[in-house]
Design a binder for this molecule. Structure first.
Ligand code: AMP
Ligand code: GLY
Length: 426
């Protein structure tokens, strides 16, 4: 069958890399794709939110399965667009509809969903322009540090954590005044949770779910988790502190109640649920839900899956997960993200990239790259270098070696990915 992946990051390259190997895949398209997907699939210059053009393309090229990488088209209703049109209904599309995507698209919706299902998460209050004064009063009295979250999608920038009340109030007002556009019309203020973060992923057909390998990502730009948040600077899978007891708590207290809650609301959720979790003294809490796979988590999670992804993805999209569980390697996967100088602030594009052909021990997943006769940088996160090892150190060493082999002006990366996890490894 012909398959279309929407997106252009390392996540989409990692998905394409695996799907291109499937005997079930005839032609693979990635829209818009990047310099890496170009080599294993056909890049199609379509904007991810232009549903009409995506639909036209899918019909004319006989695409039978669409995998939606990023959250934006899901939150904007791409699945509804396909389901509501008779000609498009026969195309399987993997991802939740607009209502299901609110798990990520509206923090206030997700918080109230968790509250009503009794799912452990930080205590919270929500405010709008109408309740601005109450919000300020609340900020004067709540515990420190303060966690402020813009309700809607804000390109990963919508969370502000501060121990300075005045700074919290300034940001609260700025959010209500449009700092993140409509995303800040509603603000969630929540209790700060102290613990260690990790992420779990499931794929669901709306009824059952299959657990995918877990991961830990590294969000801050600087070593030792310092500096501003990024989309993610690296990731490791498996997570050594996730033992059977903690995993069982996540299943019974979080994953199952989430799926029950969706079913109760008649939300036919077919796709990925990404549980952003925090381990607080052995108890898991939800920090956030995402309605898609993570990036760079996908670059370690997906390569660990050795079985064909196409029956799994197609089954979920069609409402019938296959009975077999995917085969997962016990080896550790680690990825290091090479980023452009200045990222997550302003950065330059168009710098030549060399040396990827020298990397033999790692998988090279392109993110912000463009192949325009030569390979050049085209984004803040440029590429993810994924390696396997018998343990974290072993995998990371290979990715560090690969990171030295690839060159572009202003290359930056964290050398401490996975270091905090070494104490948990047996
Ligand atoms: P989010 O965009 O919701 O993932 O938030 C970004 C980051 O902020 C998370 O990865 C956490 O590190 C941090 N964070 C969010 N909510 C909380 C919370 N309630 N307590 C502590 N840290 C949080
Ligand atoms: N790496 C975090 C995310 O994909 O949301």
């Amino acid at each position: 069958m012909n398959i279309l992946i929407l997106g252009s990051g390392g996540r989409e390259h990692a998905l394409a890399h695996q799907i291109a190997k499937s005997p079930l895949c005839t032609k693979l398209f990635v829209a818009p794709g990047n310099g890496g997907t170009n080599e294993i699939a056909v890049n199609v210059p379509l904007a991810i939110n232009d549903f009409e053009k995506i639909a036209d393309f899918a019909l004319t090229t006989d695409v039978q399965l669409i995998i939606v990488g990023p959250e934006e088209p899901l939150v904007n209703g791409i699945v509804n667009y396909f389901k509501e049109n008779e000609a498009l209904q026969r195309i399987a599309i993997l991802g939740p509809d607009k209502t299901g995507a609110q798990l990520e698209g509206s923090k206030a919706w997700a918080k109230s969903f968790m509250a009503s299902e009794g799912i452990p998460t930080a205590a919270y209050r929500e405010f709008t322009n109408k309740t601005r004064n109450e919000g300020i009063h609340y900020l004067d009295n709540c515990n420190l540090p303060i966690v402020l979250k813009a309700d809607g999608l804000a390109a990963g920038k919508g969370v502000i954590i501060t121990s300075d009340r005045d700074e919290a109030k300034e940001n609260f007002n700025a959010m209500l005044d449009g700092m993140f556009g409509h995303a800040g019309n509603t603000i969630v203020i929540e209790q700060f949770l102290a613990g260690i973060e990790f992420s779990m992923f499931v794929i669901t057909d709306g009824k059952d779910y299959i657990l995918l390998p877990e991961a830990k990502d590294y969000k801050r730009i600087g070593e030792g988790d310092t500096g501003p948040n990024t989309g993610g600077m690296g990731a490791v899978s498996p997570v050594p502190f996730l033992d059977d007891v903690l995993a069982e708590k996540v299943h019974t207290q979080i994953i199952k109640p989430t799926l029950n809650g969706l079913q109760k609301r008649n939300i036919d959720y077919r796709g990925f649920i990404f549980f952003g979790l925090i381990n607080v003294n052995g108890d898991p809490f939800v920090i956030e839900y995402n309605c898609r796979m993570g990036d760079p988590e996908t670059e370690v999670v997906i390569p660990r899956i050795k079985s064909d992804l196409v029956p799994l993805f197609l089954g979920a999209a069609n409402g019938h997960l296959p009975p077999e569980l995917p085969e997962v390697t016990h080896e550790t996967a680690a990825t290091i993200m090479l980023v452009a100088q200045g990222y997550p602030g302003p950065y330059k594009k168009g710098n030549p990239i060399t040396g990827t052909e020298l990397v033999h021990e790692s998988l090279v997943f392109h993110a912000g790259t463009l192949l325009n006769e030569t390979l050049q940088t085209n984004g803040g996160r440029v590429m993810a270098l994924t390696s396997f090892g018998m343990n974290i150190q072993d995998a990371i060493n290979k990715s560090l070696k690969a990171a030295e082999l690839v060159h572009f002006e202003g290359k930056n990366y964290r050398k401490d990915i996975g270091k905090d996890l070494l104490i948990f490894e047996k």
